[in-house]
Design a protein around this ligand. Sequence first.
Ligand SMILES: NC(=O)c1ccc[n+]([C@@H]2O[C@H](COP(=O)([O-])OP(=O)(O)OC[C@H]3O[C@@H](n4cnc5c(N)ncnc54)[C@H](O)[C@@H]3O)[C@@H](O)[C@H]2O)c1
Length: 382
Amino acid sequence: MRILVLGGDGYLGWPTSMYLAVKGHEVFAIDNYLRRTVALATNSEALIPSPNLEERAQTFKDVTGSEIGVRIGDLRDIKVMEEAINGFKPDAVIHYAEQPSAPYSMMGYDEALLTLDNNLKVTFNLVWSVINHRPECHIIKLGTMGEYGTPEIDIEEGWIEIEHKGRRGRFLFPRQAGSLYHTTKIMDTDLLWFYVRTFGLTVTDLMQGPVYGLSSDETELDSRLLPNFHYDDIFGTVINRFLVQAVAGEPLTVYGAGGQTRGYLNLRDTLQCVELAALNAPEKGTLRVFNQLTECFTVNEIAERIQRTGNRMRLDVKIERIDNPRKEAEQHYYNPVHTGLLELGLKPHHMTDEVLDGMLETILPYKERINRGVIQPRVRWS
Ligand SMILES: NC(=O)c1ccc[n+]([C@@H]2O[C@H](COP(=O)([O-])OP(=O)(O)OC[C@H]3O[C@@H](n4cnc5c(N)ncnc54)[C@H](O)[C@@H]3O)[C@@H](O)[C@H]2O)c1
């Protein structure tokens, strides 16, 4: 297939581009380095130095013989988006190109506006470029499980049947996000659903949980092909922060009671999921939604697992509770349905001791690069 990856320099975009290219797809990746720019501006640079996208593509070609087309461009510019869609003529577009940090979106007016403007404009430009130049193209959009929040009922896979005053209807599952970033993802979904209904676009919305891991068959070929690894309070996920705290000899800091439950997945499974979505497009003119996660953990469970991982490597790891900088339920019901991707053939890689040991071993050589001053919360929700 001809697959366009928007945000191809990102944590997920780069391993995805390599994975698809090795599988024999024709891949073109676009990025404007927003992640790198914002990380620099907030003193949140990645732990492992990563070459730029053009250098990565060259290394990948040298190592594997496969090619990934790359372009540096801002997809908020409709001309950049149109050239990509009209020039490359993709069968599927994987849309990762957003500002994905919840804390960044809560820093203040400028950061909130950048998140809102960037995320919605890229989605809007994609929709219009597909309508005008490639209406048969399948849009695969990365949403997030965070769109649903933590309701008191089971989270269905995108849609819910509602019976009201004796009549029934099928609606998008209610969404109530806990940050502005997550709210932009809800707005994306609404935009896409509108254009599916009115213009007959074909869309898969992947409601993804937090992804962990640095390993895929391709990232393991050469350390220059590793994905971005952020561990600070703004771009680091809880798993990355805990692993780096363990390496730095600092206690793992749990926000509040630690009962916050989320559905996680291994990087290798994200790669499988996006390819499965591309190979199995939904019926033309439909919005299909999958919940993209493989297992659920509380923050306390993650902390305990990483404590055990660290202790296996003779790092004396402690766990500490700190005030929660976010507004979120710290103990709650959580039961998301996630059968759609399994039915398409997803073979999950679970968060085993071996996987966590492997992540810690990859990080250990970079211990001296850890900036201890950026791990504790610098952003509060109020
Ligand atoms: N990583 C996760 O755990 C996770 C979980 C759920 C959802 N997601 C979603 O998956 C997507 C990718 O996440 P990620 O972790 O790889 O983030 P990332 O920040 O590493 O990657 C996004 C990439 O898009 C690029 N980008 C952003 N705006 C752009 C623009 N206007 N023009 C061109 N390029 C632009 C950035 O420079 C970056 O390289 C995001 O949409 C995110 O919301 C990620």
